[in-house]
Ligand binder design. Structure first.
Ligand code: ADP
Ligand code: ZN
Length: 216
């Protein structure tokens, strides 16, 4: 199984690309954002509340919590998948080092890091117009990726919402956190000779095809 990391700012389209790739490749998509949202929604504990609040503001959830979710997923992933796509992890150098060490224990390593490159001004428009299905995680956009019926998920019929962290007052902070903590990972993977850059602007199917080429 090839372990792939997908990198890119919030709004760069990591989840959108992943949703397309799972339809065309034997690929397991692991999104730490989705895992954390599910964990926070399914428990009425102070810890779950604090995770939800951290996510709303766009700050990073603790390395320990996210790391243990990722280790759990790596342990579960079966041989039926050719690719294991990590979306949203690592998000800082400490997480990248943790992942590298964990994989090394099993003689494994990240095969490729794909960077979805999108200019800042495009990111803001994508995030503020994004609508998400809380039931299945599918993403839409009020102008550029409208659902067939307004407010209703094409995939499962769920009622679309604006994620609290997509509210305008939180978008700027998320982009700031990305620049401060995550952007340096491009250099981290470039140094290891496994960084692939993919233009993240354009038609979603074409971008997904370019990512598929990059990981094959
Ligand atoms: P986006 O990439 O659009 O910001 P995600 O769904 O990937 O959206 O992540 C949403 C939030 O989940 C992040 O802002 C952060 O609070 C939390 N999160 C996700 N992955 C991690 C991670 N690896 N480390 C810490 N926090 C994370
Ligand atoms: Zn849905």
């Amino acid at each position: 199984m090839k372990i792939i990391v997908i990198l890119g700012a919030p709004g760069s389209g990591k989840g959108t690309v992943a949703a397309r790739l799972v339809k065309t490749l034997p690929l397991k998509h692991v999104s730490t954002g989705d895992l954390l949202r599910a964990a926070a929604a399914n428990a009425d504990t102070p810890l779950a509340k604090s995770v939800a609040e951290t996510m709303r503001k766009g700050e990073l959830v603790s390395d320990e919590i996210v790391g243990s979710l990722v280790v759990e997923q790596l342990g579960k992933s079966g041989a039926e998948y050719e690719y294991f796509l990590l979306d949203g992890y690592p998000r800082n150098e400490k997480q990248a080092a943790f992942l590298e060490a964990k994989l090394a224990e099993g003689g494994r390593k990240v095969a490729k890091a794909v960077w979805l490159e999108v200019p800042q001004e495009v990111l803001v428009g994508r995030l503020s117009g994004r609508r998400t299905c809380p039931k299945c995680g599918a993403g839409f956009h009020v102008e550029t990726m409208k659902p067939k019926v307004e407010g209703v998920c094409d995939a499962c019929g769920g009622a679309l919402v604006q994620r609290p962290d997509d509210a305008p007052e939180n978008v700027a902070n998320r982009l700031k956190v990305y620049e401060a903590k995550t952007a340096s990972l491009l250099g981290w993977y470039e140094q290891r000779g496994i960084l692939a850059r993919v233009n993240g602007v354009g038609e979603a199917d074409a971008i997904a095809a370019a990512v598929a080429d990059a990981i094959k």
